[in-house]
Design a protein around this ligand. Structure first.
Ligand code: HEM
Length: 215
């Protein structure tokens, strides 16, 4: 897969997906496994080097030398890292989240979760139907996981609506990036449209996903 790692925050295709959000907010007190913060670190270090990462951590006021994969850190730390990355790299937080989402399948595949990814399906549609099952398997490794939940409606061969339910706020742009990463992984081009937005008062986020054929 040819994810443009060194294009973090400079990827023009992300701009097409950008939307105006009210900004990311946090969910103080609840935990997010260190795996997530390690992935943010990996993405930034690969694209911009360790000095930039150290600057982002300083800016975020995060004094953690090494994120431990299996340890839960307050959600707030991840949100602060994304906000600081946005500031230091001078790019919108939504775009940082999108880049992170695109990076995630590649990262988890490499970090030993390839079998879980493989088990979730051999086509994009099958994979999207199985996202909750995937996180249930992840939950066997990470017992305090607070995973999102997804469901598919109005499914045809080339279209479906994906509904995204989360205890957290502001992560829908990351889901767009995740979907783009999956689209690459399955070599299935898709158009993604946000149809329900929590930040506009809906009780969950939803995406209309349509396959298209490359000319
Ligand atoms: C084997 C691959 C995967 C692993 C190991 C994994 C693991 C995780 C972990 C550890 C978290 C943090 C939640 C917590 O610590 O409580 C998380 C959150 C999340 N995951 Fe996955 N995940 C995987 C694949 C995916 C895929 C393919 C999607 C695509 C939609 C996805 C969507 C999300 C979202 C949106 C969140 C944010 C949490 C929220 O909305 O509350 N994950 N995942």
């Amino acid at each position: 897969m040819n994810f443009p790692v060194n294009a973090i925050c400079f990827d023009s295709s992300t701009a097409l997906m950008r939307h105006h959000s009210t900004g990311i907010t946090n969910n103080k007190g609840a935990g997010m496994y260190g795996l997530v913060n390690r992935a943010i670190e990996d993405l930034v270090v690969q694209a911009h080097g360790r000095d930039v990462w150290d600057k982002i951590k300083r800016e975020a006021g995060v004094d953690v030398d090494v994120f431990v994969r299996m340890e839960a850190y307050p959600d707030e730390i991840s949100y602060r890292l994304v906000a600081a990355a946005s500031q230091v790299l001078d790019c919108p937080a939504d775009q940082v989240l999108g880049d992170f989402g695109r990076f995630w399948t590649q990262y988890t595949g490499r970090e030993g979760y390839g079998e879980i990814l493989d088990a979730a399906g051999s086509t994009l549609w099958e994979f999207l139907f199985n996202l909750d099952e995937l996180h249930s398997r992840v939950g066997l490794i990470y017992p305090d996981l607070r995973p999102p939940s997804f469901s598919c409606t109005e499914v045809t061969d080339d279209h479906l609506n994906l509904h995204y339910y989360s205890q957290r706020e502001g992560l829908a742009p990351m889901v767009v990036g995740l979907l783009e990463g999956l689209s690459l992984m399955f070599d299935t081009p898709i158009k993604i449209e946000r149809t329900l937005l929590k930040e506009e008062g809906a009780d969950h986020d939803a995406f209309s996903i349509t396959k298209y054929t490359r000319d």
